[in-house]
Each structure stands twice: as C-alpha cells, then as structure tokens.
Design a protein around this ligand. Structure first.
Ligand code: GRF
Length: 183
C-alpha cells in the first residue's frame, strides 16, 4: 500500500479529511507532520521544530519509507535540494503534491482566498498541483473554478470553499490508492 505523509501548519482541515480517507481505504493511519504545535490536529501529528526543518522532515520520510507527500496548508517553502533528495529515494519526480486556493497561475502565494475576496472578481478557484522548486508553479493535476459567494461572510465562504478542497484532494488520494493515478 502506498505510504504517504501529510504536512500541515494551520487548522488542518485538509489533513484531517485526507487522513480519514487514507484510513478508510487502507485501514492504516498516514504519517502526519506539522510545524505548528497550536494546530488543532497537532496531537495526532509528529511535531517538527523550526530549526533544521527540512533535515528533520527528510529523516522522518526516510524512516517511514514514505513514497508520496501531500502538502495541506504547509506554510514553508520546500527547497530544491529537499525535493531532489526526496525524488531520489522515493524514485519519482511527481511525489510531492499541494492544494492551492486559486485558479493557478492566478493568485499565487499566501492568503489567496482573502485576496480574491478583496478584489472585484466573481470567481476564483482551487488547484491541485505537483510541487516544484518555484512556488505554486508545478504541473497542474486538476483545477476547478468556484464562485465568490458574497451573500456569505468571507469566513463562511472560505469554510464552504474548503469543503470543495477536501472533496478534490480526497478524490485524488482515492484514485492514487486505487491505482488509477501515477503512484
Ligand atoms: C487551504 O485553503 C489550502 O488550500 C491552503 O491552505 C489552507 C489550509 O487549510 N494551501 P486547512 O489547514 O487544511 O484547514
């Protein structure tokens, strides 16, 4: 069974949804890694201290023989040397995936929902993509446009949009585990 690690820094709603899907399909728990002790999901995860971040993560990935890394609101940029080293031992170049809350290449970077909300756009999007050394620029796996529903408050709209993220990310994981996607 494909061994995955999920990295997160924030509320962890994507990490939680992915973790449940993984467990439902495989009967096992995925490796959860966070760099934020205050995350509501932190007690289910291994905590990476800020210093030597990448070395510590790589050590865990090797130790657990991880083949695929899913980033779920992980708020640090992974360096090219980290990505190369992981590609080497996991024997593949498409082994780190991220979800970004915009229709890439629009609105790269942090707070993409908030920036879309503050603009005069009527819609934005969600993109699942492979991670490359350049931020939010790796090959796109799938993307979906979503309306900006201004009848809601911004926070309500973000919550609603994140539920769509969970569906997209979990459907991808399901396909991956069932062998329909490049594992
Ligand atoms: C999500 O909007 C995701 O697209 C972005 O960071 C946010 C993480 O939210 N990369 P959560 O921690 O999964 O709730």
């Amino acid at each position: 069974m494909l061994k995955i690690a999920i990295l997160f820094s924030g509320g962890g709603s994507n990490a939680k949804a992915l973790s449940q899907t993984y467990e439902e399909i495989t009967g096992k728990k995925p490796l959860l890694i966070t760099n934020n002790v205050h995350s509501p999901l932190a007690e289910d995860a291994l905590l990476i201290p800020k210093k030597n971040n990448e070395q510590d993560i790589m050590h865990l990935l090797r130790e657990h023989q991880i083949e695929k890394v899913l980033l779920a609101g992980y708020m640090r940029i992974l360096s090219k040397s980290f990505l190369d080293a992981f590609a080497d031992f996991s024997k593949g170049t498409k082994n780190v995936v991220n979800i970004h809350p915009s229709y890439l290449p629009e609105l790269k970077g942090a707070k993409a929902y908030e920036r879309a909300w503050d603009s005069d756009r009527q819609e934005t999007g969600i993109t699942l993509h492979y991670v490359s050394a350049e931020v939010d620029s790796g090959e796109i796996i799938t993307q979906k446009k979503i309306p900006i529903d201004r009848s809601l408050s911004m926070n309500e709209w973000i919550e609603k949009s994140k539920k769509i993220e969970h569906k997209i990310y979990c459907a991808y994981l399901r396909e991956l585990l069932e062998g329909a996607k490049d594992a």
